[in-house]
Design a protein around this ligand. Sequence first.
Ligand SMILES: [Zn+2]
Ligand SMILES: [Zn+2]
Length: 350
Amino acid sequence: MPEPNGLLTSTDAGLYCEAGDFFVDPNTPVDRAVVTHAHGDHARRGSGAYLTSAEGESVLRHRMNEGAVIDTLPYGEEIDLNGVRLSFHPAGHVRGSAQVRLEYDGEVWVVTGDFKVTPDPTCTPFELVPCDVLITECTFGLPIYRWPDPDAVFDQINRWWRKNREEGLTSVLFGYSFGKAQRLLAGVDASIGPIYTHGAVEKMTETYRQDGVDLPATTYVSDENAPDDWSKALVVAPSHAGGSRWMQRFDPVSTGFASGWMRIRGNKRRRSLDRGFVLSDHADWPHLNDVIRDSGAETVYVTHGNNDTFARWLQENGIDAHPLALRSAMDESEDADDDSEDDSDGGSSG
Ligand SMILES: [Zn+2]
Ligand SMILES: [Zn+2]
């Protein structure tokens, strides 16, 4: 199984650029970390210095240790690191998410990080970046993963909330606290009722607001802030809050979960959810294939998800593709499995 061995190489600490002497999304503290976005599986605490997109500065600062050295670069601007020209390009995944473009010796490499092509009002839209070598995520690299129109999904969510309100049920909507929760807030019809948030969601939402992202008013769930009647409210919380003591105050409830994994019916049942809403911050099957083809890359490495199967599919379609096993390449943002999710403090994986 060939590993990338050129401008970037795969090491125990993650992708390393020897010419520029930096890592991309290292899984352990290093001297110099280039970070695609601030999810815990891509941005680890303890590195000597970070370089991230200008849009991503606040969210990264929120999640790294106090006093972390964070340098930033606006999307599309280039810097020179020991002769390697580096620039960030929007990945459309969550606020500040960036693809990393590296140019050296006439060759262009792109690392997508996590990305989605579907519009999201809380971050800059995805931009296609032509390259010679592409290292891309493929979290949802199976043909079954095709996303419905997000507007239709928000209609479903709003109808569910209205109906719960009529029936006297509190609407508790689960979604990852960084990225998904803010996208949900931006998309729901806030005229239906008051919106309450779990602490982890509230903190990140405040960071988004300070960045100028337009989000409806929210109230942090606490005993002091409790309304007489929860049944009019929409409560946005990370999925690990499900089944906890924290949930008991909302009874009787209807629970919903917004995630790409909700495309598979069994996932809803397994989690004892009342509703599953198919809303993902990752590219679906058609978008993954489009982006890989349109990038013009001659060599493609795929990480996350069913990367062996996906690489084989690409090979069958004439693309020089290889699965790339990055240690700790776990997906945080879609709550793939919330057992290890450490949401309250920024998370290490999950
Ligand atoms: Zn990821
Ligand atoms: Zn992510």
